[in-house]
Design a protein. Sequence first.
Length: 66
Amino acid sequence: MKFFVTALGLLFVLEAIPYVLFPEAMRRWLAQLGTMAPGVLRAAGLLALGVGLLLCYLTQRTGLFP
């Protein structure tokens, strides 16, 4: 549970960095997201999910990241 809460905290930190450093650019980028087709957003989400799962697998099951 401690690892999960730490990972969740790190997620919040990483998600907040663009909003703190570049608030105007984030506002424009979020406005562009509203105009994108749902299929494109879904594909981007699936790609991010796949990369995340691959990273989890590589760090937990292989010796690539000691």
